[in-house]
Design a protein around this ligand. Structure first.
Ligand code: NAD
Length: 456
């Protein structure tokens, strides 16, 4: 545990050195991070293959390029993002100028999960560095090969005085949480989020919690074919182990047969007849999650798929007919099982969603503008896509994060810079024109002040 205390001490010195207040220094570290990633792309792909059976394509678009793209965006815009912003001032203290200066918090702790073990650790890091913070990274122990590669990359490319990596599990994370960080960014489940937030409370450390939940997908469009195609893609990407994957589908019973037949067609089109042998289809992270997901098949009617092989942690793309009390509907599925719940109409579908915790994402396939606006207005969720799934997180102009049980705080692109920056309010006054109205003695001044304030 000395390693943790030393890492934190070293970063305290970096903060006192004020090195990262320099924008060019931040850019230098970000460029080094980009170099570390691009030089070692192959090793990262192999580690992700080993941990999650992830295909090269999915690793590239959802892990590697995702982070590189964010680095490029930060490098291109950092001068603009970091510049003080002038805001309007009231005439009360004329002459005066008012500004918002973004400043780094200091040391950031980033704790990440196993499902996108590369991207979910490094993407927040881009924002933390761009904003001038140092960082300690804690990769998930459940994706050990990726954690090893990350540890190696940082060991050889980036000085630990800027970014340190601490590998390990609960014990190490507990010690990390005992240290005084200036910001904690946690991605994972809600139970651990509560531990993180309690630890942060001791030092009044601000937190961002990127959590999960059951993201609903309401299908009332007549275009069941394209709806099915986009749902199947979003659901079975990374074998369903995506925080924003559609968790379950709500549709009318009269549409069910046609929808499921389109789903079957697209599953075969995407993954062929031998899905287990297809390298585009991933594996479940470990036996514990395999057993949990397989158990959802016990009390639901299987409409498609349902093949499992524990020796390979393989579960085929599966669709089940579920009820409100089915085991699959009691917690986030986070795997390749898609329950269908039958509903009667839009009102009924929206109320089903509102009966549950606010999800990280919600999806609706709808044809009329009136229905779309109603869904957007009435359903609260971290993010939302109309007529598609999961694509919102690819737009860095949209803040990505949850609400309620699905988390707090949001990042990506400029929003990451803002998340990791304290916005310092600065007023610059001059010595010209000294107005004595505000100083005691106040006698006889109130009426005049009232008049002036009512005119402003
Ligand atoms: P996990 O088990 O890898 O845990 C996440 C991190 O918490 C790890 O680094 C782990 O070491 C640490 N941890 C675990 N137990 C701890 C404890 N008792 N004390 C301190 N630290 C502890 O990942 P997970 O939680 O299974 O991740 C899956 C969840 O994350 C799902 O709910 C998913 O929806 C959510 N998720 C959210 C996002 C998002 O961006 N909002 C992204 C991915 C996953």
């Amino acid at each position: 545990m000395d390693q943790i205390i030393n890492a934190v001490d070293l970063q305290n010195k970096t903060i006192r050195s004020k090195e990262l207040l320099s924008i060019s220094k931040r850019k230098e570290v970000l460029l080094k991070l980009k170099e570390a990633i691009t030089d070692n792309e192959e090793e990262i792909v192999l580690a992700l293959k080993s941990d999650l059976g992830k295909s090269r394509f999915e690793s590239y678009i959802s892990e590697i390029d995702f982070v590189v793209h964010e680095i490029d965006m930060a490098l291109k815009n950092l001068d603009k993002w970091a510049a003080p912003k002038k805001v309007r001032s009231s005439l009360t203290f004329f002459p005066v100028r008012s500004y918002i200066y973004p400043e780094p918090y200091g040391k950031v702790l980033i704790i990440s999960p196993w499902n996108y073990p590369f991207q979910l650790l490094l993407d927040p890091l881009v924002g933390a560095l761009a904003a001038g913070n140092t960082a300690v990274l804690k990769p998930s122990e459940l994706a050990p090969e990726t954690a090893k590669v990350i540890e190696k990359l940082f060991g050889s490319y980036i000085d630990p005085k800027y970014v340190a990596v601490v590998t390990g599990a609960v014990e190490e994370t507990t010690v990390l949480l005992e240290q005084h960080f200036d910001y904690i960014f946690y991605t994972g489940n809600g139970a651990v989020a509560r531990i993180v937030m309690s630890a942060a409370a001791k030092n009044l450390t601000p937190v961002t919690l990127e959590l999960g939940g059951k993201s609903p997908c309401l299908v009332l469009s007549k275009n069941l074919d394209i709806s099915a195609k986009r749902i199947i893609w979003g659901k079975f990407f990374n074998a369903g182990q995506t925080c924003v994957a559609p968790d379950y589908v709500l549709l009318k019973s009269e549409d069910r047969a046609e929808f499921v037949s389109h789903c079957k067609k697209w599953i075969e089109h995407f993954f062929g007849a031998n899905i287990q042998g297809n390298e585009d289809y991933g594996r479940i992270i470990n036996e514990r999650h395999f057993d949990r997901i397989s158990s959802y098949l016990e009390d639901a009617e299987i409409l498609c798929g349902g093949d499992v092989d524990r020796s390979e942690k393989y579960i085929s793309p599966t669709i089940v007919l579920a009820q409100r009390d089915s085991s699959a509907m009691q917690e986030e599925i986070f795997g390749p099982v898609l329950p269908i719940i039958e509903i009667d109409n839009l009102e009924n579908g929206i109320n089903y969603i509102l009966d549950n915790d606010k999800p990280l994402a919600s999806y609706a396939f709808l044809d009329t503008d009136e229905e779309k606006e109603r869904f957007i207005r009435e359903v609260s969720s971290g993010g939302m896509v109309i007529n598609d799934t999961i694509v919102h997180l690819s737009n860095p102009n949209l803040p990505f994060g949850g609400v309620g049980e699905s988390g707090m705080g949001a990042y990506h692109g400029k929003h990451s810079f803002e998340l990791f920056s304290h916005k310092k309010s600065v007023m610059k006054r001059s010595f010209l024109f000294e107005n004595s109205l505000r100083y005691p003695p106040y006698k006889g001044k109130l009426d005049l002040i009232r008049k002036i304030l009512s005119m402003l």
